[in-house]
Design a protein around this ligand. Structure first.
Ligand SMILES: [Zn+2]
Length: 123
């Protein structure tokens, strides 16, 4: 399924999660419905320490509606790390990174190869 965008409510909730977890990192799996990212699952066991970045794709609830991932960089660096790049290639089409202060502009979307990409916010 080609992803057309992300629902505003879903994006706002992800920002709120990022803010509530700060300075810890959160990781979530994004799920689409009819090509729109509508929901997410927080990945179990990934919200641990301030320097975690401990992705464990095996623990992710993968299914055919997996659109990609979302996670935060409490450092504020809105670009994929080397570990992120290895992770991105394993699932989904779009990968979102959030950073403080978790405002409307404090996130970026990337393709599996780490290329920044525009992701439409659907009201
Ligand atoms: Zn990262």
């Amino acid at each position: 399924m080609e992803i057309r965008g992300i629902r505003r409510e879903c994006l706002d909730t992800l920002r709120a999660v990022g803010n509530s977890q700060h300075p810890r990192e959160f990781v979530a799996v994004l799920r689409e419905t009819n090509g729109v990212i509508e929901e997410f699952d927080l990945a179990p066991g990934t919200v641990v320490t301030e320097r975690s970045a401990g992705f464990s794709p095996e623990m992710m609830p993968l299914d055919v509606h997996t659109a990609g991932s979302a996670h935060s960089h409490p450092s504020g660096a809105l670009r994929p790390s080397d570990a992120d790049m290895r992770f991105f290639g394993r699932m989904g089409q779009y990968h979102l990174i959030f950073g403080p202060p978790y405002g409307e502009e404090d996130w970026r979307a990337f393709r599996r190869d780490g290329t920044p990409v525009f992701l439409e916010v659907i009201e």
